[in-house]
Design a protein around this ligand. Structure first.
Ligand SMILES: [Cu+2]
Length: 122
């Protein structure tokens, strides 16, 4: 009662292809790194999601065409958070300390998923 090999093999191939497709899609996960000091706050993501800036740079978040409220919460840096709003801008002077500073919107994300971003000071 064993299934003939010619019917089992295609099923194995399909499973292998599906697995590799999943593996390829996760690293790109909307992580775009740009050398710029401005960030667009949109429904519901930050663009770019990663900024490369100089030490002490002033970075500005601009709410663009948002119909939802969004905020900015720094994960582990003593920087000024932005309260929930639908328009306007928020400027933060980044530290002189090189490193990666992570933030997120607490309404649509968390430090590890969803609406979040990071500023890399070099
Ligand atoms: Cu949000």
């Amino acid at each position: 009662m064993r299934a003939p090999l010619r019917t089992v093999l295609p099923a194995i191939l399909v499973l292998a292809l599906a697995a590799s497709a999943c593996g390829d899609s996760s690293p790109t996960d909307s992580d775009d790194l740009e050398r710029t000091t401005s960030v667009e706050v949109r429904d519901s993501f930050f663009s770019p999601s990663a900024n490369l800036v100089d030490q002490g740079a002033e970075v500005t978040w601009n709410w663009v065409n948002t119909s939802l409220g969004h905020n900015i919460i720094w994960v582990d840096a003593d920087l000024e958070n932005a309260g929930t709003r639908q328009f306007g801008s928020h400027t933060v002077t980044m530290p002189d300390e090189p490193g990666e500073y992570r933030y997120y919107c607490s309404l649509h994300g968390s430090p590890t998923s969803g609406m979040r971003g990071r500023v890399i000071v070099e």
